[in-house]
Write a protein that binds this ligand. Structure first.
Ligand code: HEM
Length: 543
């Protein structure tokens, strides 16, 4: 009897899988007609070409050869769409966002790492959290956070000044940009200092936040089965299983998450106590009552019963890592080191502005060349190069520019079956020659000084920032992009005003593609992420 049940179960499973594939084949028949690269493996398709750390030329060739739409083969012949067409991206990120959801393990992974914050929820819960958090990131609050940014940037300046006091020095600027970005989000985001702005120092929370991602991505191959693992037993049972696992690295990840959770709870309790004592007590806190979490707590207290976020969701907002900002800042310093003329021009702009008075929020936000350097770097070198989505139901994706199918017929919309994977290419969108011109692949801050910057006024842009996809767009677009731009400007301005950056001879830098792009020295034994630059005091150091 049992044997018969198993037999019928197996037959039913095979039929269901076959029907699923048939339905995918039928609905995705137009997708199959879209040109794309020949897969390099029958089993893994184009996966290795796509996700290799040096896949830059693959992505570039994609754009040059196929334009904004291509078909890519995934594992076991899965047909995926690789896209940077503006209308399609607008559809995916803005207009029909619920149909184009994050990839399957995105929510469970973020939930395990950070709890119930913006990154791990969707649907109504996500909308409710965004509604509560959006005002926290408005211009008024950012203006008030500026002194915090300023303090951290000055601490960084003091550290670097100390290192180059007796002459030029080789400094790993990636390390310092990582520390700075973490301390900035610590103080301005959480109202907490990671005590990371001195050589060798870092508290256990800072160390956990810093090393969590690299540890997790050692398990990248098993992440796709995470949604299934999360269905086994209760949370307590799964926790127990992790505690008794013989794998030390998994236990270490759990320890890091526990440290982050415990510290978040402490920060929360301190803040609630300070809030109840009033403004004087808040002013003595690290974030002086201006940090994101204090603002969120205030807003939450004043919210109506139905809009209020439960404690677990407030705590879930307390642990964003900031490798994106440190990647962007490192890339800016690297490009300025390679382009001494741009560096000198930027230094001159900052010094002239300084000579006229305090470099406060309004001045900083409007320095044209500083702004141009930031925009151009974020355009050409987005820290996150691709975003993955999967369809939650059968749908049709429109294109702004039709593509010619392999049968010669023009395609202006693509029917997609439920569960089709789509790779939205931030890199290709930001480098589109039809928008940015023939010199789209070149780093030219000057393009932003033209009267009408390219593409900047396009109201149907899928991105939240400057007709780029760097911060994505729509309801899942980066909530912290203005925060990020301001802190980036403050740090860059402070460094360039005081120091000169040059490349180190015989240490050529290459940038690895990953979840976030990172620099390392080519052809060395220690091949970890690093950005050594030659740093010296720029003539006439402002005191
Ligand atoms: C150069 C710096 C940054 C870049 C390039 C960047 C990029 C992005 C991108 C591309 C997304 C969308 C991810 C997706 O759709 O899967 C995103 C989401 C997000 N970013 Fe950023 N980000 C940066 C800095 C920041 C900062 C400083 C903060 C916080 C203060 C922040 C907080 C967030 C949050 C909370 C989300 C999730 C939003 C949601 O799902 O509603 N980001 N970011």
């Amino acid at each position: 009897m049992i044997f018969a049940i198993i037999q019928w179960g197996l037959v039913a499973s095979i039929v269901l899988v076959a029907l699923y594939h048939l339905q995918q084949r039928l609905t995705n028949r137009i997708l199959r007609k879209i040109p794309g690269p020949t897969p390099s493996s029958a089993i893994t398709g184009s996966f290795q070409d796509l996700y290799h750390t040096q896949a830059w030329s693959f992505h570039q060739a994609h754009l040059d050869q196929y334009g904004a739409v291509a078909k890519v083969q995934g594992l076991l012949g899965e047909q995926m769409l690789y896209i940077s067409d503006p209308l399609a991206l607008y559809h995916m990120m803005v207009k029909e966002e619920p149909i184009y959801d994050e990839f399957a393990f995105f929510y469970p992974l973020n939930y395990l790492l950070w709890g119930e914050g913006l990154l791990s929820v969707h649907g109504m819960t996500h909308r409710k959290q965004r509604k509560m958090l959006n005002p926290v990131f408005n211009a008024k609050h950012l203006r008030e956070m500026c002194p915090i940014f300023h303090d951290v940037a000055q601490e960084l300046r003091a550290v670097i000044k100390d290192k180059v006091q007796r002459g030029e020095a080789e400094i790993d600027m990636l390390d310092w940009m990582t520390r700075t970005a973490l301390e900035l989000i610590g103080r301005a985001g959480l109202g907490y200092s990671f005590k990371i702005m001195q050589e060798g120092t870092v508290d256990e929370y800072g160390s956990a936040v810093k090393s969590l991602f690299p540890h997790v991505f050692e398990f990248a191959v098993v992440l796709p089965i995470l949604p299934y693992l999360m269905k086994i037993g209760s949370p307590r049972f799964r926790r127990f299983m992790v505690e008794i696992t013989p794998n030390k690295k998994i236990r270490r990840i759990k320890e890091m998450i526990d440290i982050m959770w415990k510290t978040s709870l402490n920060i929360y309790q301190t803040k609630v106590a300070a809030l109840s004592k009033g403004d004087e007590a808040l002013a003595k806190e690290v974030g002086q009552g201006k940090d994101i979490i204090t603002l969120l707590l205030r807003a939450n207290m004043m919210a109506s019963e139905e809009e209020r976020l439960p404690l677990s969701q407030v705590l879930g907002q307390m642990t964003y890592t900031m490798d994106t900002t440190s990647s962007a800042l490192s890339r800016m310093l690297y490009l300025l080191a390679l382009n001494p003329d741009v560096q000198a021009k930027l230094r001159q702009e900052v010094r002239e502005a300084r000579a006229k008075g305090e470099l406060d929020y309004d001045v900083l936000d409007k320095l044209p060349y500083l702004d141009a350097v930031c925009r151009e770097t974020l355009r050409l070198h987005p820290p996150v190069t691709t975003l993955e989505r999967r369809t939650t139901k059968d749908t049709v994706l429109p294109l702004s520019t039709p593509v010619r199918g392999i049968d010669g017929i023009m395609i202006d919309q693509i029917p997609l079956a439920k569960d089709t994977r789509i790779i939205a290419s931030v890199l290709s969108f930001n480098r589109d020659k039809t928008v940015w011109g023939e010199d789209a692949y070149e780093w030219k801050p000057e393009r932003w000084l033209r009267l009408t910057p390219p593409g900047a006024t396009d109201s149907k842009s899928p991105g939240v920032y400057s007709n780029m996809m760097t911060f994505s767009g729509g309801i899942r677009g980066c909530i912290g992009f203005k925060f990020s731009l301001l802190e980036t400007k403050e740090v860059l301005m402070t460094l360039i005003e005081s120091f000169r950056f040059e490349p180190v001879e015989k240490k050529s830098i290459t940038w690895d593609l990953g979840i976030i792009t990172t620099p390392r020295v080519e052809h060395t034994e220690n091949n970890g992420p690093t950005l050594p630059l030659k740093v010296s005091i720029a003539e006439k150091l402002a005191e």
